[in-house]
Ligand binder design. Structure first.
Ligand SMILES: NC(=O)c1ccc[n+]([C@@H]2O[C@H](COP(=O)([O-])OP(=O)(O)OC[C@H]3O[C@@H](n4cnc5c(N)ncnc54)[C@H](OP(=O)(O)O)[C@@H]3O)[C@@H](O)[C@H]2O)c1
Length: 239
């Protein structure tokens, strides 16, 4: 498998699943562009991935910034992957509505803007990969807003697969993956959470970023796959 000659743009490529996807795409010879908000994270990712990667500061919740990034910096691309999101969970009644709106601004509208402004620049045979998540398909108390955002992204992706055809559009729905997204948790609490999830899963472990990155690469390569929601969750939906 090779991605030689292909340009892959990964919004969210400075951490977790996006960073691992960038590393795999580079291994396969792609030209890789990563973008996220924090200059610090981008610098670290650049050090990890090597100097051939282009890194841009971008807040994908800002439509004008996304439009300028695509038209001025990216110009043309073969594949767009959007792993970026800032998410949280919390009890429905006790959470300010503005917090739920922020979640949509980040994970839904950010992916919407990215798809909208990248689509006209995508080469023939190109694709878009968006990110949903487990709690859309396995509802969890305390994750009403996140579940709704993830469901909205899945629906957006499937409709765009029809509307933007023959460009392909797919959606990845990760289960519990050990990424820096839980860096804010106390170490002991995070380990206990991962252990309790692992014990319930058929595969008896939580996911690693590489598990999901491999699935993204599959979606980039397989020209017969579009409009799919690919669950990469260690069997979590069965539990
Ligand atoms: N990890 C899990 O267990 C899990 C489970 C279900 C679904 N998912 C989904 O999988 C995707 C990837 O998650 P991950 O665990 O790899 O997360 P992560 O390690 O926290 O990485 C998220 C990336 O998104 C960037 N980002 C956040 N907000 C952004 C914005 N407004 N504009 C541009 N970049 C932004 C972050 O960098 P900056 O801070 O520099 O912007 C970072 O590079 C997300 O959609 C997440 O919801 C993850």
């Amino acid at each position: 498998m090779t991605l030689a000659g292909k340009k892959i743009v990964i919004i969210g490529g400075s951490s977790g699943i996006g960073l691992e996807t960038a590393a795999l795409a580079l291994e396969q010879g792609a030209e890789v562009v990563i973008a996220s908000r924090s200059a610090d994270k981008l610098r670290q990712a650049h050090n990890t991935l090597g100097s051939s990667v282009s890194a841009y500061e971008l807040d994908m919740a800002d439509e004008q910034a996304v439009k300028e990034f695509m038209t001025r910096d990216v110009k043309r691309l073969d594949h767009l992957v959007v792993t970026a999101a800032q998410t949280w969970s919390g009890p429905f009644l006790a959470t300010e509505t503005s917090k739920a709106r922020e979640l949509f601004d980040s994970k839904f509208w950010g992916q919407y803007y990215a798809a909208k402004h990248a689509a006209p620049l995508l080469a023939e045979g190109g694709s878009i990969t968006l990110f949903s998540g487990l709690v859309a398909f396995k509802p969890m108390a305390g994750a009403a807003s996140l579940g709704a955002v993830n469901a909205a992204v899945a629906s957006l992706g499937q409709t765009l697969a029809l509307e933007l055809a023959p460009l392909r559009v797919n959606v990845v729905s990760p289960g519990i993956i050990d990424t820096p997204s839980r860096a804010g948790m106390d170490d002991a609490a995070r380990s206990a959470f991962y252990e309790s999830v692992a014990a319930r899963l058929p595969v008896k472990r939580v996911g690693q970023p590489g598990d999901v990155a491999q699935s993204v690469l599959y979606l980039l390569h397989n020209s017969f796959v579009t409009g799919t929601v690919l669950h990469v969750d260690g069997g979590h939906l069965l539990t």
